[in-house]
Design a protein around this ligand. Structure first.
Ligand code: PLP
Length: 490
């Protein structure tokens, strides 16, 4: 089924009658200089207001999100986003504040940032945080640039970064974007960093190791202190990818594990909505010796008021416009203040419990990547189903028919036919059970009617897309080719 775009729905001359025409503010138009004026009217869809409402409402109803149903997308922490944070973020005192307003008139905003930084530092055992990066991946880049600066500043530049083979794809990508050579450290049988292999990789060119704990298999890196000690002994730094912090928040601090740099994903652990491609926030925390390299500006508390600290000669500079994605920071601030430390312990406890419950129920029909308990997520292999000619992708597509967002598939790369499941702490038991029932039903279908799975999904407006073509020849913009002026600019 091909849905019409709103332009295709339009008819020449059709319009809505509720808007005043441009005479509404007489004089304003006349003050625009000639060269700034359009030579002709923009080609907007000519539709009624009612058509607009229906068009977008129907599109929104085809969408899936945490507000529609269960979304166990591993590594993404698709938890419920409390509405109270949305409400605060919508207050005009925050949402309408211009970033260039005088500092005196922005004291409330600066206080939110200052206190968020203090709370995150306490939670992670770090000296300071920057709130500038707009995503986890940009936080990684920020961290890697600081690490590069740190070594250069000591007169001993280093060019290698070690990344475990189970790492999130952004880790090696970031390290190489920051100009480092990437060395891959293999995992042991247990799915953890192989300490013996790590020892062999270490030398005086190693700037850092990038790790997430729990790792992307959902396993806690038991030797983490030893890993950090070895890297430090070799003169390197330890970078913590904190996107999996939902497993540990309130219970365990990356600083205590031995890490020097940490990024967090406010849009995962701290409940800011995400999934549509932004806006996010990936604050980065550092231990004291890396403080001079933090991006500018930082929020400073003076005797009487807060202000921005710009004059930092060793800083890596600016990473974002103004002070970062402030409204995402604000949502996280509300969440942090509401939950407090006890509440945050409940978050990690609930996340780990839910994952273990699901893992236990699903282990009867799918092979877990590793035995035993997991942290906030776990990875199943559909190897058993593959022997029946059903792949992880078929299982994922069939889940859509049964009313669930699929888990992450084919990641991490170290597990064949991987299904990576992260239920989060915000789902009731009934939802977890319904999802487990659906997964077990699919395992039976794989044995009895594999073609049903090959053709899934059956209930969506479009079936299987050519994913390679969709990624390579991405076409998300409608173009009015009949207008030469617009086409020239496109
Ligand atoms: C999500 C994630 C990232 C990247 O975060 P973005 O905000 O999507 O850039 C990095 N590492 C891990 C482990 C993640 O789960």
């Amino acid at each position: 089924m091909t849905a019409q775009t709103i332009f295709e729905k339009g008819r020449p001359g059709r319009q809505t009658s509720y808007l005043p025409d441009r005479e509404w503010r007489p004089g304003l138009f006349d003050r625009l200089p000639m060269e700034a004026r359009r030579r002709r009217l923009p080609l907007l869809p000519e539709v009624t207001e009612g058509e607009v409402v229906r068009h977008y409402t129907n599109l929104a109803r085809k969408n899936w999100g945490v507000d529609v149903g269960f979304y166990p997308l591993g590594s993404c922490t698709m938890k419920y986003n409390p509405r109270i944070a949305e409400q605060v973020a919508s207050w005009p005192e925050f949402s309408a504040a211009h970033p260039l307003r005088p500092i005196r008139a922005a004291q409330g905003w600066l206080r939110v940032m200052y206190e968020t930084e203090r709370i995150l530092s306490r939670l992670c055992g770090m000296a300071r945080f920057t709130l500038q990066p707009a995503a986890g991946a940009q936080g990684e880049l920020c961290g890697m640039l600081m690490i590069r600066r740190y070594h250069a500043d000591r007169g001993r530049p280093r060019n290698t970064v070690i990344v475990p083979d189970s790492a999130h794809g952004t880790n090696p990508a970031t390290a190489s974007l920051a100009g480092f050579n990437v060395l891959t450290c293999p995992s042991s049988e247990r799915g953890l960093v192989d300490v013996v292999a790590l020892r062999r990789l270490l030398n005086d060119d190693v700037a850092a190791i990038m790790l997430t704990n729990p790792n992307t298999l959902g396993l806690f890196e038991r030797d983490i202190q030893e890993v950090c000690r070895l890297v430090h002994e070799a003169g390197g730094l330890a970078y913590y990818d904190g996107a999996n912090f939902n497993a540990l928040v309130g219970r365990f601090r990356p600083g205590d594990m031995g890490f020097d740099v940490v990024h967090l994903n406010l849009h995962k652990t701290f409940a800011a909505p995400h999934g549509g491609g932004g806006p996010g926030s990936g604050p980065v925390g550092v231990v004291e010796k890396l403080e001079p390299f933090l991006p500018v500006p930082l929020v400073r508390k003076g005797r009487e008021e807060f202000d921005f600290e710009e004059d930092r000669p060793k800083s890596i500079g600016r990473l974002n416009g103004f002070a970062g994605n402030a409204l995402v920071v604000l949502r996280a601030y509300v969440y942090l203040r509401l939950l407090g430390t006890a509440g945050l312990r409940g978050v990690s406890g609930g996340a780990v419990l839910a994952a273990n419950y699901l893992k236990h129920r699903l282990a009867q029909s799918y092979d877990p990547s590793h035995p035993g308990s997991c942290m906030h997520e776990f990875v199943l292999s559909a190897a058993r189903q593959k022997a029946q000619d059903v792949r992880a992708l078929d299982i994922a597509k069939r889940l859509i028919d049964l009313g669930f967002h699929p888990p992450t598939v084919y990641f991490p790369l170290t597990v064949p036919e991987a299904l990576m499941i992260e239920p989060t702490e915000t789902e009731p038991l009934e939802t977890l059970d319904a999802f487990a029932d659906a997964m077990l039903q699919i395992a039976r279908e794989a044995q009895q009617q594999p073609d049903l799975l090959h053709a899934a999904p059956h209930t969506t407006p479009v079936g299987r897309l050519d994913e390679v073509a969709a990624a390579k020849t991405l076409d998300v913009r409608w173009q009015q080719h009949s207008d030469p002026e617009e086409a020239a600019r496109a």
